[in-house]
Design a protein around this ligand. Structure first.
Ligand code: FMN
Length: 211
């Protein structure tokens, strides 16, 4: 009886496309891409997205560019003041909201629900392949005896570096992206079940351009 119920539940989960608890990302490509000056020139905001997922390699490269570990000592592809590394990068996918774990280069499921439409007030958020959410862990500043004023200045800067890396990777890979502050942050925070120490700074949909 019980195993039959278990089988039914599993079958239902497969049909419903249940979210994986962990998505192991493929190894990021740390060489190649378009020449830097071409990518800087091609960088732009794009707001139209095709209903198409990124490839596994694109997803991996994107997260590595956003906040990956690039050196033996654990430092990242983006700078942070006093190396506080306060920024968490979340990924809103159709299957759920995941946290990027740079150490294992994988995505950890946090909420098994499609939260893309909560990631911005404009309709394109719900259409992009994914939306990145940049979240600062304010407790990391406290742990390093940094003040609230310092945190308020540094965190948006840090999100800006991540965003620019994402813009440049998108330009290199032919993807569409736009950084966004027009976000109902309290509502998104509630949906993400974030504790008060976590502050949403910006979001950034990324996807295949529609045209
Ligand atoms: C901090 C910041 C917040 C932004 N917020 C939004 C937003 O909520 N929605 C949006 O459509 N574009 C947003 N943008 C994108 C700007 O509108 C865009 O960068 C600007 O029009 C210049 O275009 P470009 O990026 O193609 O050079 C934001 C840009 C920045 C830097």
């Amino acid at each position: 009886m019980f195993w039959r119920l278990g089988g039914l539940l599993m079958a239902f989960a497969c049909v419903a496309g249940a979210a994986e608890a962990e998505i192991k990302l493929v190894k990021p490509e740390t060489t190649g891409g378009k020449p830097l000056m071409e990518v800087i020139t091609a960088r732009k905001s794009g707001r139209s997205f095709a209903k198409k997922a990124l490839t596994d390699q694109q997803l991996s490269n994107l997260l590595y560019a956003a906040n990956g570990i690039s050196r033996q000592d654990g430092r990242r592809t983006v700078p942070t003041a006093r190396n506080v590394q306060d920024m968490d990068v979340y990924v809103a996918l159709p299957s759920g909201m995941y946290l990027y774990d740079a150490a294992s280069h994988s995505l950890k499921l946090k909420v098994a629900k499609d939260l893309r439409r909560y990631c911005g007030k404009q309709p394109f958020h719900g259409k992009a392949a994914l939306v990145l959410v940049y979240v600062s862990d304010l407790d990391k500043y406290k742990a390093m005896n940094m003040t609230e004023e310092q945190a308020a200045f540094y965190a948006p800067n840090h999100a800006g570096y991540i965003s620019q890396n994402v813009y440049l990777y998108a330009a290199s890979a032919g993807l569409s992206t736009v950084v966004c502050n027009m976000v109902d942050k309290p509502a998104l925070s509630r949906q993400m079940k974030l504790r008060p120490q976590y502050s949403i700074i910006l979001t950034q949909p990324v996807g295949v351009p529609a045209e």
